[in-house]
Design a protein around this ligand. Structure first.
Ligand SMILES: [Zn+2]
Length: 98
């Protein structure tokens, strides 16, 4: 029996796609806890937790549990902040003249 070997060589050519002057990054934050702790009795009460703080490090089970209220991260409102950075030179104003 003979093994056949196929070698495929790919070469990427052309202009780099990331040569753009603007960069944008989005940060996901988990804010107010919205878990209804009184749902069982037909009421509405949240625990007042204002921001999700992981009780464990990334990759552990605690990463999805809030250190403050103990709720799963899904109960916290998700907020996405998108930051766009443009490079430009702002004009300089002179406020010293009176
Ligand atoms: Zn909570």
């Amino acid at each position: 029996m003979k093994k056949r070997q196929v070698v495929v060589r790919k070469r990427t050519q052309g202009p780099a796609r990331d040569a753009i002057m603007t960069t944008s990054s989005s940060t996901v934050r988990y804010v107010e806890c919205q878990k209804n702790h009184a749902a069982g009795i037909g009421g509405y009460a949240v625990d007042g937790c204002r921001e999700f703080m992981a009780s464990g490090g990334e990759g552990t089970e605690g990463a999805l549990a809030c250190a403050a209220c103990g709720c799963h991260r899904n109960f916290h409102r998700r907020e996405v902040e998108t930051e766009v950075v443009c490079e430009y030179n702002p004009p300089s104003y002179d406020y010293s003249g009176q």
